[in-house]
Design a protein around this ligand. Structure first.
Ligand SMILES: [Zn+2]
Length: 429
């Protein structure tokens, strides 16, 4: 039974609402509506049509009491009962948010699909991981992390996590098992209940699919003859990581004449840094059946940051490349690759004209203040650094000569020189 536009109802806290329109029908055991309150503020209503009423009430009440873990989560804010059915009011997510499937599929622009930029992908993934860390640190699990439960706002690079009514303490019984491909094989085949290591499995799948463009367990084996549902075979009963170190049976399918093409995965993985490949191995080889061995959310956040610091993009097509790579020509567009100069301290950062470099770009700190700006030097137009701090910087040349550089003055960039600022030594690579 769908509620009509104009249907009025009251929340358990006494607020009055009016139904505006149906947003979706039959998602997560219920329907979603756009509603408004007396002050014309927009909200969303989720109304369940199945499930144990008492249990649902207890679960939603608990979630409301617990509150919003961080801004990314769309949480229940008021219980409602309409026509004997249980539901809740939550934040309304406007049309500036699109499905996170865009991370994997790209977005349509002038009739063709365009990938999100490297910067957008990394920033959005980091936010997803960051939000889930808040849950994980509180021993909570959502157990249904997947593209369909995430919304992204590309203009502001924000993420919203939907369907948060599945959040439970990881020691408690889960209300859902997860979604095919995003749950570990043992959960898929019913041999292991969802536990504290399930969300991190789903996150690794999200990261892999977003950055490499395929599911980590969906390679050559999809073409094998098999007697069961092919998804059950690939993700449940016979899972093999594409880049398994010893089992080559599920490698990505190279470009062939049948329209199958995972060549992109092969090319990208070859370029990605060793620490990224190691983290994926930990999850999809060692941690395939053993959650304790999976790369943790905290580690993923560090890895995403490091990937960003170690990377630069092809100036022509935007494809990502890494500092340690030896490519001279872009594999995607064929244009010459111009590797920028990186500054290396505790962290690395690629230098571009006009870029402001903050302390937390260079070393581990919770502060965030300007240290340098990349400028063209006055005399010969070469790149230099303007000292934005109020301390002197020290330029040490390869022959051992030193020069002190005051606030506002410029340091020329010599590849073999060293710069010292606030007791941190910086090199150019
Ligand atoms: Zn290119």
């Amino acid at each position: 039974m769908i509620l009509y536009k104009g249907t009025e109802f009251k929340g358990k806290d006494g607020n009055d609402y009016v139904v505006d329109e149906v947003i979706s029908v039959g998602t997560g055991q219920g329907d979603i509506y756009r509603v408004h309150n007396q002050r014309k503020e927009k909200f969303a209503l989720k109304l369940f049509h199945t499930g144990n009423k008492k249990k649902l009430l207890a679960q939603i009440e608990k979630l409301i009491k617990r509150g919003q873990a961080c801004e990314a989560f769309v949480m229940p804010i008021e219980l409602v009962e309409v026509d004997g059915r249980i539901g809740y009011i939550m934040e309304y997510i406007g049309s500036e948010f699109i499905s996170a499937a865009a991370l994997f599929n790209g977005i349509e622009m002038d009739g063709r699909m365009v990938n999100l930029t490297w910067h957008e992908k990394i920033m959005l993934l980091a936010q997803i991981v960051d939000a889930l860390i808040v849950l994980n640190d509180a021993s909570l699990g959502i157990y249904d992390v997947k593209f369909d439960n995430l919304k992204i706002d590309l203009a502001n690079l924000r993420v919203k996590i939907l369907d948060t009514d599945t959040i439970v303490y990881t020691k408690d019984k889960s209300v859902v098992v997860g979604t095919v491909g995003f749950m570990p094989p043992l959960t898929h085949i019913g041999k292991e209940k969802p536990n504290e290591y399930n969300d991190v499995y789903a996150v690794a799948v999200l990261i892999y699919m977003t950055l490499l463009g395929a599911h980590p367990l969906d390679g050559k084996r999809r073409n094998f003859p098999c007697n069961e549902n092919i998804d059950t075979y690939l993700f449940g009963t016979h899972p093999v990581y594409m880049f398994h170190p010893t089992d080559a049976s599920n490698r990505p399918i190279p470009k062939d004449g049948f329209g199958r093409n995972q060549q992109q995965v092969i090319d990208k993985m070859r370029r990605y840094p060793a620490y990224f490949r190691k983290a994926m191995n930990a999850t999809f080889v060692d941690g395939l059946y053993d959650g304790t061995k999976r790369t943790t959310l905290h580690d993923w956040l560090d890895i995403l940051e490091q990937l960003y610091n170690d990377s630069f993009v092809c100036e022509n097509c935007g494809e990502e490349y890494f500092l340690d790579g030896t490519e001279k020509v872009c594999g995607i567009c064929g244009k010459e690759i111009v590797k920028p100069i990186f500054m290396e301290c505790e962290k690395r950062i690629p230098l571009f004209n006009g870029l402001t470099i903050y302390c937390d770009d260079l070393w581990a700190t919770t502060s965030h203040y300007e240290v340098f700006r990349v400028v063209e030097t006055r005399y010969d137009g070469r790149y230099g650094l303007e000292n934005l701090t109020y301390e002197q910087a020290l330029l040490r040349l390869v022959d051992g000569k030193e020069r002190r550089v005051d606030h506002g003055a410029q340091i020329p960039i010599f590849m073999d020189s060293e710069v010292e600022i606030e007791n941190h030594k910086i090199k150019f690579i």
